[in-house]
Design a binder for this molecule. Structure first.
Ligand SMILES: [Zn+2]
Length: 94
């Protein structure tokens, strides 16, 4: 995979993660609004759990296209959001 292919591929993953985040928050927000506006009550735990699943799925797929590792901060653990380069293999991600 060339450097520009890696950047394009990673941008797709990043976009998907952003969409999943947005959908999760929107779903939670709509449920709260729905509970206030209508007589029907939806337990907010349900969209919260679904949203959590979406975000988890998004983060699970948020990997370096080159080495397939989660983009961790250099020498650290956890996930780095919007990394400039992969902390594992050093490939440019943007
Ligand atoms: Zn990598």
């Amino acid at each position: 995979m060339t450097e520009s292919e890696v950047i394009i591929e990673f941008a797709k993953k990043e976009k998907r993660l952003t969409v999943l985040f947005a959908v999760s928050f929107a779903m939670f927000g709509v449920t709260l609004l729905f509970n206030v506006v209508t007589e029907t009550y939806i337990n907010p735990t349900i969209p919260f759990l679904i949203g959590f699943g979406f975000i988890f799925y998004g983060l699970y797929n948020y990997r370096c296209p080159n080495c397939n590792h989660l983009p961790a901060p250099l020498g650290g653990s956890g996930i780095q959001i919007s990394p400039k380069e992969c902390g594992t293999c050093g490939v440019k991600l943007r």
